[in-house]
Design a protein around this ligand. Structure first.
Ligand code: AMP
Length: 472
């Protein structure tokens, strides 16, 4: 299928061709004709699938007729983060270059003067984060009763960030008769509840199973003790062919600490987190995008929606506490069909989060030993599993089903999985990243020129095995 079969007008088709797109992505093929029909859409799509164009293109088409009145935007796009909002506005500018649509970006961290001036002149497209939008609404800078198109992007992230009460408040201020599109990378029950509240008989479109990771991304887990984390990261950065990388930490203060430590070791790194002034965030991001900075250490503020072309690596320096964040973080690489590589550095204390992640993504993550990194001893990990009642219980339950208990069952299970893994590895002579099947145990032995598998790569730790067994 080509773009001109989707029902878009010649000006948009020209802008799309200028952007270098030749064929629509699956989410664009599905969503664009439905949005153009005026139907509500509930989209389940991970970032990097082209979902932004799937709502911006038909919106530009629909908004090309008519004019905005002062302080009364005709459409509203709600997004959880400033970065995502900025990126969506860039998309509107790219695809709407042959239209005369006006646009305003309402995000926190910058002065409201220019935002208010734009609203006063009238805007066709308003892209906003919920807090700043409500702030300006309460000051009387805008009215929402002319909004005919609403987009709620990254709804699951809104949920995580506690924005849903604000979103509900905003939706209540909008006209009942409108067209709504809502996107989420995951379709958790709470997202479905919100969809039934905000959307009217929506058509559901999905391009991948909920919470899946892109098949173009090679995922690896490196297990070390907590004191070896920094060293493990540095070793990976040295040994891997890292062109540019996002490195995620869970806390802002750790972002600063890690970035400083990397700079001390002569790595070219910068920080990105929510406590930085908006201008500093934008400057850093721009330097990273254009390649002046090679490594960007960030919190999850960078985990959603950021479109950094050709990002070669994502490192989870900290295992994310919410499993969905793993999907978003690693979704920064392997975008638009390109290959990407991710490493998650885990300590024994992270086991329950790793378990939650593998449960969410539906497949195990290959183990890699960072060369020269002192790895956690198998006994240390087994001890931790033993000390954690829910895991221990889960393990014993699964083991007793097969008439085994404790370490003996653990060992049997290790051996069984090891044999299965070897069989799979032997049957795949030269696996390419894109061929990686979900639910398979990935091979690292076929990855030429990369660190060879050692330690945990052959010895699948108890908590991962447990997951494999339970999910079977
Ligand atoms: P998104 O999921 O909207 O963040 O888009 C991810 C990336 O895919 C962005 O760099 C887009 O510019 C790019 N993209 C969107 N649509 C297409 C397309 N039809 N062909 C090629 N690249 C695209």
């Amino acid at each position: 299928m080509s773009f001109d079969q989707l029902g878009l007008g010649p000006d948009i088709l020209k802008a799309v061709a200028d952007a270098g797109y030749t064929v629509p992505t699956p989410i664009q093929m599905q969503a664009i004709p439905i949005v153009l029909q005026g139907r509500d859409v509930l989209g389940c799509a991970q970032t990097g699938t082209g979902k932004t164009a799937s709502f911006t293109l038909p919106m530009i088409e629909a908004l090309s007729k008519g004019r905005a009145r002062a302080r009364m935007p005709r459409s509203l796009v709600l997004t959880p983060t400033r970065e995502l909002a900025t990126q969506i506005s860039q998309n509107f500018a790219t695809y709407g270059k042959y239209h005369k649509l006006t646009m305003a970006l309402l995000i926190g961290g910058v002065s409201t003067d220019e935002q208010q001036r734009k609203l006063g002149r009238g805007v066709d497209v308003l892209i906003a984060t919920p807090g700043r939008l409500l702030d300006l609404f309460e000051r009387g800078s805008l009215l929402l009763n002319d909004v005919k198109f609403l987009v709620i992007d990254e709804a699951d992230r809104m949920l995580d960030m506690g924005f849903i009460p604000d979103v509900e408040k905003i939706v209540n201020l909008l006209p009942k008769i409108r067209q709504t599109t809502m996107f989420s990378a995951t379709m958790l029950p709470e997202i479905r509840r919100l969809a039934s509240k905000f959307l009217l008989s929506p058509v559901e479109v999905a391009v991948s199973v909920p919470a899946s990771t892109a098949e173009t991304v090679d995922e690896y887990l490196v297990e070390v003790s907590s004191r070896d984390k920094n060293k493990a990261l540095r070793t990976l950065l040295q040994n891997e062919q890292v062109e540019n990388a996002l490195i995620f930490c869970n806390r802002k203060k750790d972002v600063d600490l890690l970035s400083r430590s990397l700079r001390r070791h002569k790595f070219d790194s910068a920080c990105l987190h929510g406590d930085m002034a908006q201008s500093a965030r934008e400057e850093t991001l721009a330097s990273f995008k254009c390649g002046t900075i090679k490594l960007l250490v960030a919190t999850d503020v960078a985990g959603r929606g950021l479109d950094i072309r050709g990002l070669s690596h994502v490192f989870n320096f900290d295992v994310p506490l919410h499993a969905e964040d793993y999907v978003h973080r690693i979704g920064r690489t392997g975008r638009a069909g390109k290959a990407g590589c991710t490493f998650m550095i885990a300590t024994p204390a992270d086991k329950k989060y790793v378990l939650a992640i593998t449960e969410l993504i539906g497949h195990t993550i290959s183990h890699r030993a960072a060369e020269n990194v002192q790895r956690t001893s198998p006994n240390e990990l087994i001890e931790t599993v033993a000390k954690t009642p829910p895991l221990r219980k889960q393990f014993e339950k699964s083991a007793s089903k097969r008439g085994n208990t404790g370490r003996e069952a653990e060992k049997t299970e290790h051996n069984k999985l090891h044999r299965e893994k070897q069989k799979i590895v032997a049957s795949i002579p030269d696996r390419k990243p894109a061929e990686t099947a979900k639910n398979s145990i990935k091979s690292t032995t076929s990855q030429k020129n990369k660190t060879t598998t050692a330690g945990w790569g052959d010895h699948i730790p108890a908590f991962i095995q447990l997951r494999s067994h339970i999910s079977n």
